[in-house]
Design a protein around this ligand. Sequence first.
Ligand SMILES: *Cc1c(COP(=O)(O)O)cnc(C)c1O
Length: 226
Amino acid sequence: MSVQANLNEVNARINEACENANRSSEEITIIGVTKYVSVERAREAVTAGIRELGENRMKGLLEKQESLSSEEITWHFIGSLQTKKVKHIIDQVDYIHSLDRMSLAKEINKRASQPIHCFIQVNVAEEDSKHGLALSEVIDFVKNLENYPNIRIVGLMTMAPFTQDETILRQTFRQLRQLRDQIQALTLSYAPCTELSMGMSNDYVIAIEEGATYIRLGSKLVGESI
Ligand SMILES: *Cc1c(COP(=O)(O)O)cnc(C)c1O
């Protein structure tokens, strides 16, 4: 399938989910996750109109950026980020989705030459296999970021459990949204926290119904190993 054909299908499902939830589809930004695919396939996504791309590793990010350097693309770093790698990617990315510890915040703050848009990664279901703060840790974490002028908390990010169980997925996304609302209500200047990065190929429809503003799509949009 071409990326365009996949995108048409995704857009139809986004529209449907938005209708169900009484939302405007303009509230949803698709991040094309190109980590499994070639530079050529990433370019095809850009040609199809995807303007936000996500990578989870430094090498993939730099590779794709080099070959797409003539395009105007917003770059998202969505993978777990080792502290020592921060200096290599910090000036290359527009958003980091995986802020999950103070030592990382400190390093981003130190290396960035301007405020970086960060999502706090939350491990809502507290799965051992996943990174992220527990729900109960996030508010204190946000409050402790006050003296990091180069960190701007734009929202929260989660990866839901890998399941088809709609109840679990909905509950996961809903808990993240409620936490987002709580942080927003703190009205911290450095943490507007308006966004929710949630929903992948397997669960983006439910994520949108529960309030996602950024969905991260790999396999259903660009495919795997193309
Ligand atoms: C790989 C990845 C995605 C995309 O996964 P698909 O299920 O292929 O859509 C989204 N978010 C993160 C953090 C990822 O690592």
